[in-house]
Write a protein that binds this ligand. Structure first.
Ligand code: NAP
Length: 267
């Protein structure tokens, strides 16, 4: 039987690549966008969902259940970027990023779990970030929103296991998508104490995303995880150095690791 899959944030980038790939593999895919009418030419169903609007989440899940009577997989992918020195970043913008990347993802899980528990089967993949494994300078709020989702996943995974539901994290490294265009950039204020270093780091971040991997790699990994008998808690999809940086954090003394990061970001 074809799996019924919900992919949030499927209008572009990683979510779109996953939705297309899974449709090609025979899944029944419902991708989402806040403005599905702006995006007509998709090979999968594109429905409205804004993770910041609880009713919109509820309606999207109810729509799928009405059509398909079940929901096998949630790819919890919708997310936004945010950059800036923490001191200069408006707290309201930090809240917005957490509301999307953390509470939004939690709310979508809460909306699908009753059905998955009732079916006694289900798989949830939370798309986090390798940046969620360490506090990255000028991306501290993004790192912490994704790190928080990593930890919440570890917890909920244990809570729902006995109901037949499996929850995993999939952490991408740099992928070439629209994320840089869509993210909130704290302005480089003329009077900021961080002006030059932040500007240099912004340029570096944009270069990393522009030179990132093809989102299809994420789609292939997601499909592989969907076909794994007992999925692990954590998956990372990225370049060698990105993945190695997580291992280094585990094995190096804190101040050595910090020195490495500061050298890399020229701080
Ligand atoms: N690209 C990377 O290098 C990278 C690295 C690590 C992690 N990630 C994570 O991967 C995920 C996908 O990012 P991407 O790079 O593919 O970015 P993207 O191209 O900007 O796509 C983001 C998607 O999220 C949706 N979205 C944004 N805010 C939303 C909201 N409030 N409610 C519902 N949907 C919302 C957007 O849909 P609409 O605008 O159509 O609503 C869009 O489809 C994100 O969680 C991101 O943090 C990306």
């Amino acid at each position: 039987m074809s799996k019924v899959v919900l992919v949030t944030g499927a209008s572009s980038g990683i979510g779109k690549a996953i939705a297309i790939f899974l449709s090609e593999k025979g899944c029944i895919v419902y991708g989402t966008s806040r403005n599905p009418k702006n995006n007509q030419d998709f090979s999968f169903h594109l429905i409205e969902l804004d993770v910041l609007q609880p009713n919109s989440i509820k309606n999207a899940v109810a729509f799928i259940l009405e059509k398909e009577n079940r929901l096998d997989v949630l790819i919890n992918n919708a997310g936004v970027g945010i950059t800036g020195p923490i001191e200069d970043t408006p707290t309201e913008e930090m809240r917005n990023a957490f509301n999307t990347n953390f509470f939004g993802a939690i709310d979508v899980m809460k909306a699908v779990l009753p059905q998955m528990r009732q079916q006694e089967t289900g798989l949830i993949l939370n798309i986090t970030s390798i940046a969620g494994y360490m506090g990255l300078p000028f991306r501290g709020i993004y790192s912490s929103s994704k790190g928080a989702l990593e930890l919440a996943t570890e917890a909920i995974r244990m809570e729902v296991k006995s109901f037949g539901v499996c929850v995993v994290n999939v952490a991408p490294g740099d992928f070439t998508t629209n994320i840089a265009a869509g993210r909130y950039h704290t302005p480089v204020f003329d009077k900021s104490a961080y002006k030059e270093k932040y500007q240099d780091n912004l340029d570096l971040m944009d270069a990393h995303v522009a030179g990132g991997m093809n989102p299809k790699k994420m789609a292939e990994k997601v499909y592989k995880i969907m076909n794994t008998k007992s999925p692990k808690t954590h998956y990372k999809v990225g370049g060698f150095l990105e993945k190695f940086s997580i291992i280094l954090k585990r094995i190096l003394p804190d101040n050595w690791y910090e020195k490495l990061l500061m050298n890399h970001y020229k701080l």
